[in-house]
Design a protein around this ligand. Sequence first.
Ligand SMILES: NC(=O)c1ccc[n+]([C@@H]2O[C@H](COP(=O)([O-])OP(=O)(O)OC[C@H]3O[C@@H](n4cnc5c(N)ncnc54)[C@H](OP(=O)(O)O)[C@@H]3O)[C@@H](O)[C@H]2O)c1
Length: 289
Amino acid sequence: MRVVILGAKGQLGSDLVEVFRDEGEEVYPFDLDLDITDNRRLLDTICSLSPDLVINSAADVDADRAEVDPDPSIRVNYIGAQNVALACLEADCACAFISSDYVFDGKKNAPYTEMDEPNPQGVYGRAKLAAERYVASLLPRHYIFRTQWLFGKAGKRNFVKSILRNASEKGYLRVVTDEVGCPTATEDLARIIHSVCSSGLYGLYHATNQGICSRYEFARKILEVAGWDDVPVEPIRYAELGLPCPRPPYSPLDNMNLRLRGFSPARHYEEPLRDYVKWLLQNMDLTRG
Ligand SMILES: NC(=O)c1ccc[n+]([C@@H]2O[C@H](COP(=O)([O-])OP(=O)(O)OC[C@H]3O[C@@H](n4cnc5c(N)ncnc54)[C@H](OP(=O)(O)O)[C@@H]3O)[C@@H](O)[C@H]2O)c1
């Protein structure tokens, strides 16, 4: 398969490049060198490569900044996704779009399946949902993957890195109990995406690792795995953080479509987390005071 991967230097994008190459696919990776908001260049580049599949993992993931300054977020997450879909239409290829649990309001009190009605509460979630709908309505050959709480080696920030950085610099943590989800390793997600995109079973998929926890429980697990369980963690409520973006309080994603279509279930998140934390401790400049 000839595969264009957009956002290829990000957390998920870099693992997509690795997994798809390992699987013998012909991969064309782009990041900011092919800006998805530049419709003309995107169209020309994709049409000239004539791929079988384009994976759009490029995004502006700063959901809090999106509340204060929506246009840059909407430009990448919605308009950019439209541009990618239009280029796929023109190049006559399949399109995979990566979306988020933020399309849900988090009030269901049970894991969300692909059949549940979205109700995004913030700009980022609304942009993702609008992009999903655009991709699905324009292209019969689409895959949409909703995921959450990603951790991977590349990319700038994630929760695991922040927990270790703050534990190392401050010696204590305050973490919310009323945000619950499924931590997901980008290497595992990339493998799921490869399996599904090789199947021709187009559609909407919830794709996460197994295991459900609150941010507080996740932080405690990260510290335990690092051997830092002596770091005090104060449980707090999300409202105490005073952040602009409303998070879904309970948004684990039930991987129903993957399960019922017979794809192998992903591992429990604690398995990849162990290797990941070990890797971070060796590669991040962290000291315990
Ligand atoms: N992170 C999560 O926990 C999470 C949860 C649910 C869903 N998702 C979705 O999963 C996907 C992958 O997320 P991720 O964590 O891998 O994000 P990421 O690490 O921020 O990767 C996104 C990449 O896209 C690049 N990018 C930004 N604007 C671009 C543009 N206009 N044109 C081309 N590339 C651009 C980014 O560059 P810069 O970093 O230099 O801006 C970055 O390298 C995204 O669709 C995201 O919305 C993520």
